[in-house]
Structures are given as C-alpha cells and as structure tokens.
Design a protein around this ligand. Structure first.
Ligand code: NAD
Length: 395
C-alpha cells in the first residue's frame, strides 16, 4: 500500500505554480472589476451553445470585458438574448447588416463563435470594420483561410487572438509551470486523449460531422486540444508526426470525417507525444505527462470546470489538486481586453492557430498513408509562453 505523502511533497505539489507566478501577475490577482464604461465591448457572433451557456455568462463576471452586441441569423433569438442581457435594440445585428458594426464604437472586439467554416469570412469582415477579433478554435477549415485571417489582421493593424482557453486556465498553467522547473526531472512522454460520442440528433454535431463545415470532425473539434497541449506543455514544436485512423464508414456519423485518429509527435528534446481523438468513444479530455521521476495526470484536463490534477511521485499518487476556482472564459476575454488596452502580451495569436492547423493537416496526411512519417519542422516558435505571463488567479 502506498505510504502517506510527506508534508514536503504536498507543499511542493500545491505550491510550485504559485511560487512561479510572475510578481506582476500576483498583484493583478487582487484587481477589482473596472467601471462598465471602461470595459472593452465584445460583440458575440453566433448564438449557439458555447455563446449562450459559457461566453455570455462569463462576460457578466469578467473584470475588464463586457457584452456590447450580439450578431445572429435568428432575429427573435438575438432580440431575446439582448433583452435578457440589458443590451439596447440597436446592439442586435444580423449577418446581412454585420458590416454596420464599423460605425458602432461600443464594439472593440468581435468574438467569432460560428461553425468552423464560417470563421474566416466573419473574421475578415470584422477586421475590415476596424475591430479586433477573438476567434474560436479551430481557427479555420483550410490553411488558406487561416493565412488570409492573419493577413487581414496585419492589414487592419488589429489583434487576432484564437480562443485557446487552456492558455488561461489555472490547472493547465499550473502543469506548464511545474514542467518549466523540471520538478520531476525531464519530460519523457506525453499522452493526450480528447474525444466523446458525437450525436447526429444534435444540430451542433451535424455540422461537426460535416467535412466542409468542421474541417476535420473530431480532430479539429477535440483533437486540437491535444495537439495544442503537447506543444504548450513542452514549449517546443514537433519535428515529425506519424498517424493512423480507424473509421467505420457504415456508421452514419462518419460519412465524411474520420472517427478514431491516433498520432505520435516527435519533439527536438526527444519527447514523444501520443495523441488520440475520437467522436465515438467515451467522453474524455485528459493528458498525462511522464517525467523521469514522476507523472502529472490531468483528468479531466480541459473541461469547463472541475479539472483535476494528480501528481504521482516515486510511484505514489499525492492527493488530487483541484483546479483553483475561476472562470476560464472570463479570464480569456479579460486577457484579450488587456491585449487591446496594450496592458498584456498576445499569448494565442493567429499564428498559434495556424501552427495547429498545419499539424492537424500533417496528421491527416500521415494517416492517409498509414503512418508514413511527415516532417513538421517549419521553423515556427511560439512568441510568448503562457506559463511565463498569464496570471492564474486574475478572474
Ligand atoms: P453551435 O452549433 O451550438 O452554434 C453555432 C451557431 O452558429 C448557432 O447559433 C447557429 O445558429 C449558427 N449558425 C450560423 N450559420 C450556421 C450554419 N450554416 N450551420 C450551423 N450553424 C450555423 O456550436 P458551438 O458549440 O457554439 O460552437 C461554435 C464554435 O465554437 C465552433 O468553432 C467550436 O469549435 C467552438 N467551440 C469552442 C469551445 C471551447 O471550449 N473553446 C467549446 C465549444 C465550441
């Protein structure tokens, strides 16, 4: 039977992240919310599940961001949501009069929360209207669209941030900071498993199973969390990938997209990261980092709440570390607001989204060739390490 962990182990498990949090970030943790008039105004584009259940509620508790407008193809729903959230009638837009946002000074950031194939068009329109853009993952369905989004941001001299919420989530930041200190020696292997059962009776899953609208089924929807996690956990980029897919084409869900995909990234440091995604296995968003002297098991690693970290050291599991309270969506939007104010560095730029898209394309290319090695060292390096700058306790 495992013996009780020592007090030293417990303190180490709970305290590494706090000890490493930048001093400036700690000071921010106590910052009160600012007056509504000083908050950065967000227009939410697309009133589906994520917007209604996570983003609009998060804007109510965000410290520096607020809901300024809604954009939807369903006027009645949009009017209702606006009224419920205290927005005036002229803060409701349809896709046909979306360009009118250019003349609306209440909106500084446009948050794109539409099916993936619609991200590029609405992002580029928002830049033409002079707004900054926060865009959901995966950033687009084609590399050409992703590149056009980045170019449009540059041409408009506006910020493009991809909504990688784990870059702003306390537990993920905790794990990144533990790994940066090598508290358990060098990382040897990472395993990420991200998937769930897709359901054709849910309209949100109908477009996710459509090859053109989703750009890749489970891989773009869930697998992208594992692709991104392997990179931010290590703070390095894979140089080669091999992948395999297993899809039952008689299953009506998988007419166009792959079901189960497994891949292996090789990193310059020698770490191997195994990734898996599926739209036909039990729900999971978990990762495990195997180091020389211990393991970090985050399960769940990327849920909206209730994430949990188990540190296994010397073969003994320490008591799980629950993620600190706080809303990761509010943190993410507050971070974008601070980027717009010039008070925070951009952590998740369009280039981050593009790198994941290129890697996902390499995964599909390798899977189509039954595991052939695809080289992925394109020279991309992340500009800002979330572990170095993002305050876990801000929201
Ligand atoms: P959803 O299907 O619930 O909502 C999509 C919205 O787009 C709906 O309001 C729908 O009416 C609208 N829409 C407009 N044109 C449409 C069309 N032609 N077909 C289908 N819908 C259309 O989806 P969601 O779960 O809110 O996802 C939206 C985006 O957010 C996606 O890019 C998804 O990957 C992303 N997402 C991110 C997270 C996260 O944790 N960051 C979680 C869920 C979804």
């Amino acid at each position: 039977m495992p013996s009780r962990p020592s007090r030293r182990d417990l303190i180490a498990a709970a305290g590494v992240a706090a000890a490493l949090a930048p001093a400036a970030a700690k000071a921010q943790a106590q910052e009160p919310a600012m007056p509504t008039s000083d908050k950065i105004g967000f227009a939410i584009v697309g009133l589906g599940k994520l917007s209604l259940n996570q983003l609009i509620p998060a804007l109510k508790i965000a410290k520096g961001a607020r809901l300024a407008a809604v954009v939807s193809g369903h006027p009645e729903k949009a009017k209702r949501v606006a009224a419920e959230n205290g927005l005036p009638a002229d803060a409701v837009y349809g896709y046909d009069d979306y360009d009118r946002i250019a003349k609306d000074p209440r909106i500084q950031v446009v948050y794109i929360v539409l099916p993936n194939s619609m991200h590029a068009e609405h992002t580029i329109k928002a830049f033409k209207a002079g707004k900054h853009v926060l865009c959901e993952k995966p950033m687009a369905t084609t590399l050409a669209d992703a590149e056009a989004m980045i170019a449009a941001a540059k041409a408009a001299d506006r910020h493009l941030m991809i909504a990688y919420r784990c870059h702003y989530e306390a537990q993920n930041l905790d794990v990144m900071r533990r790994l940066r200190t090598r508290s358990m020696g060098k990382v040897r292997q990472i395993n990420t498993t991200m998937g769930r059962q897709a359901d054709l009776s849910d309209p949100s899953d109908v477009w996710r199973l459509d090859g053109k609208m989703s750009g890749g089924g489970a891989l773009g929807d869930m697998g992208v969390y594992g692709v991104n996690a392997a990179r931010y956990l290590l703070n390095e980029e894979p140089v080669a990938v091999q992948a395999w897919a297993q899809t039952d084409r008689s299953d009506p869900r998988f007419k166009e997209t792959e079901d189960l995909i497994n891949w292996q990234f090789r990193f310059p440091s020698g770490v191997i990261a195994n990734g898996s995604t599926s739209f036909a296995y039990a729900p999971t968003m978990a990762f495990e980092v195997i180091c020389e002297q211990g393991r970090l098991v985050a399960d769940p690693a990327a849920f909206y709440g209730g994430n949990r970290l188990t540190v296994v050291k010397g073969g003994q599991a320490l008591p799980p570390v629950p993620a600190p309270a706080g809303d990761q969506f509010a943190r993410e939007m507050d971070w974008m607001a601070d980027v717009v104010r010039g008070k925070a560095p951009m952590v998740s730029p369009g280039e981050e989204g593009l790198q994941d898209m290129r890697l996902m394309q390499a995964i599909l290319e390798s899977a189509a060739k039954d595991g052939a090695t695809v080289k992925t060292d394109w020279g991309y390096r992340r500009a800002v390490d979330p572990a170095g700058v993002v305050d876990v306790a801000k929201a």
